[in-house]
Design a protein around this ligand. Sequence first.
Ligand code: FES
Length: 260
Amino acid sequence: MLRKKENINIEGERFTFKVFRFDPATDSQPYFDHFLVIAEKGMTVLEALLNIQERQDPSLVFRYSCRGAICGSCGMVINGRPNLACRTQLSSLESREVLIEPLPNLEIIKDLIIDMKPFWKAYRLIEPWLMPRGREARGEHLVTEKNRAQIDQFVGCILCACCYGACPVVSRNEKYVGPAALAKLFRFVQDSRDKRDRKQAFKRLDNKDGLWACHTVFRCTEDCPKQVRPTDGIEGLRRRAVAVKCCGSKKEKVLKENEA
Ligand code: FES
C-alpha cells in the first residue's frame, strides 16, 4: 500500500526488507531473505536494494538502469503490487516491512530478474513502429496537437511489464499478447501519420490470444506506474477491429477522428 504523501521524513527509520530469492542453478525452492535498511532522506526502494547489494549481500540481483522511471527495467512487486523500484519512495510505504518479489507471469532467471522474452515476443508481433506512406514518409512527420493528445498516455508507456505481471489473463494464458503490446498498437493506429494496413494488423490479433482475450479486469490500468490506461487502448482497438471487419476502413476512420 502506498501513502498519498511522499514527503514524510523517514531518515534514520528502520525498514525490514523481505526479499524473494531464487537461483535455479542451486536452489530447489524459492525463499525469502530478510535485510535491515536504515532509511536515508528521499530513499527509494531501488536505493534500498542497492544498499543491500553493496553492504549486505552482493549476490542479490535485480535490474535497473536510468533510476528515473524512464527505462522500465526496475519493475517488481512491492508490497503486493507491481511498481517501479526507482520511483517508489520508502516514505510512501505504509509499513516498515517491505515485501519485494519479482514480476509474476514471467520465468525467474535469478532473484528479482525475470525472463522478458515472452513480453518482447508479444511486443514485436504488433510491429511497434510508425508506418507512414506517401508525403509523410518523405518529409517531416507532423502531427496535430489534438492527435498528439489522443495518443499521449500510450506514448508514455515505458514497457516495464508491470501491466503484464499484473494481468490475470496472462497468468492463465501465456499465449495472450498482453496489455502493453495492445495498448502500443492502439497508439500507432490512432496516430494520424500511421498508414499501416489495418485489416492486416487486426487480423493478426483477431483471436482468443489477442484482442478478445482481455476480460476487462483493469489490473493493468490500476498498476501502471506511468498512469497509462491499457484497458482503454484494448477497448479502442476492439472498436476499430469490429468497424474494419464489418464496415471497412471508412467507418474505422470516423472512429479514429472521434476517439477522445
Ligand atoms: Fe529505469 Fe527504474 S531504473 S525505470
